[in-house]
Write a protein that binds this ligand. Structure first.
Ligand code: SR1
Ligand code: MG
Length: 399
């Protein structure tokens, strides 16, 4: 029989005392539930001096932001913990450290990152972390290369594909990214003023076919062990430091999905800035986001290429010129997935604070409309954009 029960704050403290790995565990006295994501409980555990020392995260058997009417697998806690453990092994400097996890209780204890802040909030306030995009590119290159067929023995790779098969979480992405926004679905949520834009989106055959291709590859291309939800709310930053968290959507999928989700969140911020900051600051922030797009892609591609040259284990994939050709496909995929992130965050169920917190209604609608139109442009243009400079030029052209 399962031991699962939803933790109270007192149980979270007790659990952290036992499994937080602290030498002064009895000094942990208080828990505060701080979860503001869509899915889980998150407790910060404080010591007697009021200092947060570790974090206890527990999956609920349903989608938190919807309630018990949307049940959801508890196995996501195992998938998250094991994805983070694996990514930490490959890139410890940019992954949160898991101190302990228990699949039955669907719980894990993690290092406290109170010295860091969620990147999305910082981007929305115009605070720049000059190293963040380079660090995110490094994280993506290290985790994706070392879990791909370039590096893993084929038997090991296939065993991992099985271990990290994540059907229920993937289904959320399959529906929310690639289906709902293109249909009339009750989960969709967009301002009435965008009705005509959304109708046009749904009539666009070329767009729909590209989206079908993106979904098809998301279903079937088990290229590497993805984070699976690497938006700017899944990333903590501090001066000179960046840490990925929240990997419950981890599975073996197309590399471009992780890269594209990360790019998409830079561009959601790009679209939102005119509604968030004064004119001059917004213009500077947008220019910075475009440079971030360039840095993220170039860091990822250069690091992946260097790792492939140095460490490819498969003799055929190591043949001269192949990694370049592969990265071209990843680039096109990344632009397509980036576009689908823009559309699902504007038309679909799950929105982003960058756009939602714009106070002036007319401005908010303009910024959302811009994100939607940029998403469309990128999905359709993706197969024809072959350099990051062309990508940036297309983004500028779109407004
Ligand atoms: C029902 S879950 C909605 C969204 O929240 C997560 O962070 C993922 O981005 C998912 O698509
Ligand atoms: Mg999340």
């Amino acid at each position: 029989m399962s031991q699962y029960r939803t933790f109270t704050a007192a149980e979270a403290v007790e659990y952290a005392q036992r499994f937080g790995g602290l030498s002064d565990a009895s000094s942990l006295v208080k828990a505060e539930e701080v979860g503001d994501g869509n899915l889980n409980l998150v407790f910060k555990i404080f010591d007697r001096d009021g200092i947060s020392r570790v974090v206890v995260k527990q999956a609920l058997p349903y989608v938190r932001c919807v309630g018990e009417t949307w049940p959801l697998t508890l196995d996501r806690a195992r998938l998250e913990a094991e994805t983070l453990v694996e990514h930490y092994r490959l890139c410890p400097q940019h992954t949160v450290k898991v101190l302990h996890y228990d699949a039955e209780l669907a719980v894990m204890v993690m290092e406290d990152l109170s010295s860091h802040r969620i990147w999305r909030g910082e981007l929305a306030q115009g605070r720049d972390y000059p190293q963040a995009t380079r660090q995110l590119g490094e994280y993506l290159a290290q985790t994706l290369f070392h879990t791909s067929d370039f590096y893993l023995h084929p038997h090991e790779k296939k065993a991992r594909v099985i271990r990290f098969t994540n059907p229920e979480m993937c289904e959320i992405t399959e529906d929310l990214f690639f289906t709902d926004p293109y249909e009339n679905h009750p989960r969709n949520d967009y301002p009435a003023q965008l009705e005509a834009d959304v109708a046009e989106l749904r009539r666009d055959e070329r767009l729909r076919n590209e989206v079908a291709g993106l979904k098809h590859r998301f279903f079937s291309h088990a290229e590497a062990h993805l984070h699976g939800d690497i938006h700017s709310g899944s990333v903590f930053v501090a001066e000179g430091s960046l840490k990925a968290i929240d990997a419950e959507f981890g599975y073996f999928g197309p590399v471009g999905f992780d890269v594209g989700t990360a790019l998409g969140n830079l561009l959601l911020n790009y679209c939102a800035l005119p509604g968030l900051l004064a004119t001059r600051e917004a213009a500077d922030g947008r220019e910075q986001r475009l440079q971030d797009v360039r840095t993220l892609w170039l860091t990822f591609a250069e690091r992946f290429q260097a790792l492939a040259a140095e460490k490819s284990r498969d003799r055929t994939l190591a043949w001269s010129g192949y990694v370049d050709a592969y990265l071209k496909k990843v680039f096109a995929d990344s632009i397509g997935y980036c576009g689908s992130e823009l559309i699902r965050r504007t038309v679909g169920m799950s929105h982003v604070a960058d756009l939602e917190t714009i106070k002036d209604e007319a401005m908010r609608i303009d910024c959302i409309r811009h994100a939607l139109s940029l998403g469309k442009t990128l999905i359709v243009a993706a197969p024809h954009i072959d350099t990051v400079d062309t990508l940036i030029a297309r983004i500028r052209q779109n407004g």
